[in-house]
Design a protein around this ligand. Structure first.
Ligand code: ATP
Length: 849
């Protein structure tokens, strides 16, 4: 996320534009729409906003320093999301339950982390093997047909095969689990920030996600499995740690103490990290990714545990990978070879030279620009998609359009893949034997494509060119051995294409036409594919696109300065493969704006520590440039999906285009007043009416003194009130509390409050309200309200109020005066950047009046 936005007081150039373009509705305050929690952002509930047409008008490119201003419909959608408290309510009942818990060391936490890492590692291994089997069969068969001059047959085969898998990938997502769409990373980030996103951690979502990811990537779509692996990891963390499933209807009596928001979120963070660790073979990168991008709450202990989880995950995937290739047993069980376990093993280390930093900075700038453009187009397409789907829904079934869209992309991509290489001439095969380049007539099966490598590079694609590895006759003669550059990049999975682009000392393996063509085809199609109804990720496209323009820059330099390697090792860094690596990092950085985690991931996937410094420079430059134009992709998608998110720091501008220092403002400036409060003892009728007539998630508990002053005691949530109102045994006919008042036992409390979210409360509330007797029945709330609910003084700095709210993972924050009387209330939506900006604008107006 944009964790470290520059909060300087300067005027931002894009700011004026935003104020001119955005409709700011004066005085509009959010009130939640009466809807159930959304089932992930991509499905049903988003339609309520779509029908108002606001998405078509919404702005979709904003510098990372500018708050997105939500339209009226978007606010309604935003309001359907509920927040989560990070810590459990500290009530008397909770303390009683806690006292009954046995004292434990943390060994069970480590065991759970290990189990999560192991399961994620196995899933990662299975996904990769399946993808390899599916895609290898397709490309081998297609190439055979093309070499036999059966190009139309090859096209037909690729089309049918790919479309079959695209349908298998999208149909379950559209009809069974829309929450499995995309990578799932924005939803995951939103959840860990404290917003409840429905059905993203459900066992059905897990199954559909795995299935859809395998089929989508295997089909050859321009996507990768890494993004979904992160969601899959978090799904495993969320499910396994609870040892229960509402969907499957079981609840085991183990690890029950992890059934709370804090532990669950920690396991989800660890699972996400394990997903990265397994997908990239990068345990440290996984840990840093979870810390930098995914999680909002982090501590040192969680780092250690997540690190352990990542180690187990990478170890498991590598161990099984060592023994199997395409599900065939290789006989090398336990052999952690670099060739297999390092994703893009760089075979030739190069010395870094000061001059390298010039193209590195250029690549960083290109990465930032192209990355920002990628985010911009991605959002434009996402809005257009919603608009078109809405229009289609009137004349057609909308769901049909959802799975037809990826099929159209596949038809275009498969057709271009099969026919485009035919438009390019073949390139001569280079052969090195014992480091020496040999002439075509002495080629042999031991040919290497670079002078220094030990094993052949990933084999190039012959397409319809003369084969370069076949003997013509007994005398071992070769004739016109050549290959197709474009097919070498297109007739493989994205990961293999990246390996080709990273290959070093193969300066002329790819020339401008093939690289530019691939870039022009891949960039828009991967951008289009990203939001379709399949479980797909963007990492492979990001690396591939960056590698393409990085290699182009490398070729330009080689064209200008000539191939320098043999004459002078001082210039050996000027290698298109080396610049492709820096290009990949720059584009990944330009789109995602990751920094530390990306640097480490790039190092772990290439094994090239020598290039760490240029990679870091390219990443930082691309982040600076990208941040100037758009939000990072996941942050932009969070806004697009209207998931309420609180960044680390509030960044607010006033209407005069100046950064607002919230230290100069007070909690009372942003609070909502008056507040609906409750006493420790209320009639059942009053409670039921309050819950029926409002949608608020929490109510401060107060104690009225003889002067009528209402002193703040704590807070009770809507969920807790709902659960208590369902327990008729707790109702009392006397107004004054008695010593033997009925109370939930600690176990009942744990079962009811922590585990259960009441469903079908509308009917219960109606019934309670309509029953006159309930006016004389009382409910004692004293044992159940949160006695450690946070509150701030009304003159407390607004900046610090935000930081307290954000860092403590609060859902509600009560504002009190100097007599400890409740004067205001703050929730997540009151503290969102756009809301604070509107509040400040209103205050300015009031001050002028
Ligand atoms: P969330 O939706 O984040 O889970 P919530 O449901 O408690 O929290 P909302 O209902 O979303 O809060 O709050 C909507 C608006 O109503 C906010 O401006 C908030 O300050 C205000 N609000 C919330 N609770 C109360 C209350 N008890 N009395 C008065 N205003 C409230």
């Amino acid at each position: 996320m944009t964790a470290n936005h520059d909060s300087s007081n300067g005027t931002h150039p894009f700011r004026m534009k935003r104020l001119e373009e955005t409709e700011v509705e004066e005085g509009v305050r959010y009130r939640p729409a009466p809807q159930s929690p959304p089932d992930s952002v991509s499905n049903e509930t988003t339609e309520s906003a779509e029908t108002t047409g606001f998405f078509a008008r919404g702005r979709d490119y904003e510098s990372a320093y500018i708050n997105h201003h939500y339209s009226k419909a978007e606010r309604e959608l935003l309001g359907t999301y509920e927040s989560l408290d990070y810590l459990p309510p500290h009530s008397q009942a909770y303390k009683n339950w806690l006292r009954k818990q046995p004292a434990r060391l943390d060994w069970d936490r480590w065991v759970m982390m290990g189990m999560i890492g192991f399961i994620v590692g196995i899933i990662g291994f299975l996904i990769h093997q399946c993808i390899d089997v599916i895609s290898d069969f397709k490309w081998d068969r297609a190439e055979e047909l093309i070499q036999d001059d059966e190009i139309m047959k090859a096209w037909g085969f690729v089309l049918i095969y790919s479309l079959g898998f695209v349908l298998l990938a999208s149909l379950p997502v559209v009809y069974l689990r829309p929450s499995a769409t995309g990578s799932g990373i924005p939803e995951l980030i939103g959840y860990l920030n404290g917003t409840m996103v429905g059905k993203i951690f459900n066992v059905k979502t897990l199954v559909v996600k795995i299935w859809s990811c395998i089929c989508a990537v295997g089909s050859g779509m321009p996507v990768g499995p890494e993004g979904p692996m992160i969601h899959i990891g978090s799904l495993v963390g969320a499910g396994l740690s609870q040892f229960k499933s509402d969907t499957l209807g079981f609840k085991l009596p183990y690890f029950t103490r992890f059934r709370n928001s804090e532990d669950r979120r920690n396991f989800i963070s660890a699972g996400a990290a394990a997903g990265v660790a397994s997908a990239f073979g990068a345990p440290v990168g996984g840990l840093l990714f979870s810390m930098e991008e995914v999680s909002s709450f982090w501590n040192l202990k969680l780092s250690w545990m997540t690190f352990f989880c990542c180690i187990i995950s990478t170890f498991t995937t590598d161990l099984f990978d060592s023994a199997f290739s395409g599900f065939q047993y290789t006989g090398y069980f336990g052999m952690f070879s670099a060739e297999k376990n390092i994703m893009f093993q760089v075979r030739k280390g190069l010395d870094v030279n000061l001059w390298l930093f010039i193209p590195t900075v250029i690549l960083g700038i290109i990465g930032g620009l192209l990355g920002a453009l990628f985010v911009f187009i991605n959002l434009k397409l996402a809005r257009l998609r919603r608009l078109v789907m809405r229009k289609l829904a009137k004349i057609w079934k909308q769901n049909i359009a959802k799975w037809i869209e990826p099929c159209i992309i596949m038809i275009i991509f498969a057709t271009l893949t099969v026919f485009l290489p035919a438009l390019f001439s073949c390139s001569p095969f280079t052969c090195y034997l014992q480091g020496e380049k040999v002439s075509p007539d002495t080629y042999s099966p031991n040919c290497l494509t670079t002078p220094t490598e030990i094993e052949p590079e990933p084999t190039v694609s012959i397409y319809n060119c003369e084969p370069g590895v076949k003997f013509k006759n007994e005398t071992s003669q070769w004739s016109n051995a050549s290959y197709s550059e474009l097919a070498t990049l297109m007739f493989v999975t994205g990961e293999e294409a990246i390996s080709h682009l990273f290959s070093r000392e193969t300066h002329l393996e790819f020339n401008y036409p093939s690289l530019l063509t691939m870039l022009v085809v891949y960039y828009p199609l991967s951008c289009w594919t990203a939001g379709t109804a399949m479980s797909t990720g963007l990492v492979v496209p990001m690396l591939l696109i960056g590698a393409l323009y990085g290699r182009i820059i490398g070729l330009i330099m080689v064209s200008i300065f000539g191939v320098q390697t043999e004459e002078n090792p001082y210039w050996a860094w000027m290698d298109p493969g080396a610049l492709a690596l820096i290009g990949s990092a720059s584009f990944f950085g330009g789109v995602s704006r990751l920094t530390m985690s990306l640097s480490v991931i790039m190092m772990e996937i290439t094994n090239d520590i020598q290039f760490l410094l240029p990679i870091m420079v390219a990443i930082v430059v691309s982040k600076w440039v990208g941040d100037f134009f758009t939000h990072p992709i996941y942050h932009a998608l969070l806004e697009f999906k209207c998931i309420p998110f609180l960044d680390h720091e509030p960044i607010i501008y006033d209407e005069h285009n100046k950064a607002v220092n919230l230290e100069l403002h007070y909690a009372r400036d942003a609070m909502v007043s008056p507040v609906l409060v409750l006493h420790t003892r209320e009639t059942v009728h009053k409670l039921a009416s309050l819950l029926r007539d409002t949608k608020h998630g929490g109510f401060p508990i107060v104690k009225s003194d003889e002067n009528g002053d209402r002193r703040f005691l704590g807070l009770i949530t809507r969920t807790e009130l709902c659960v208590l109102l369902k327990q008729e045994d707790l109702f009392e006919a006397v107004e004054e509390p008695s010593d033997d008042a009925p109370e939930l036992t600690p176990l009942e409390y744990q079962e009811l409050i922590v585990d259960k979210i009441p469903i079908g409360m509308e009917d219960v509330l109606d019934e309670l309200c309509n029953n006159e007797q309930n006016q004389n029945l009382y409910l004692n709330l004293a044992p159940y309200y949160n006695q450690s609910a946070s509150c701030v003084h009304e003159n407390f700095s607004l900046h610090r109020t935000y930081i307290i709210y954000r860092t403590m993972g609060l859902r509600h924050l009560t504002v009190v005066d100097r007599h400890n009387q409740v004067v205001g209330f703050l929730t997540r939506k009151d503290l969102m950047g756009f809301q604070l900006e509107e509040t400040m604008a209103r205050l300015d107006l009031q001050n002028q009046d």
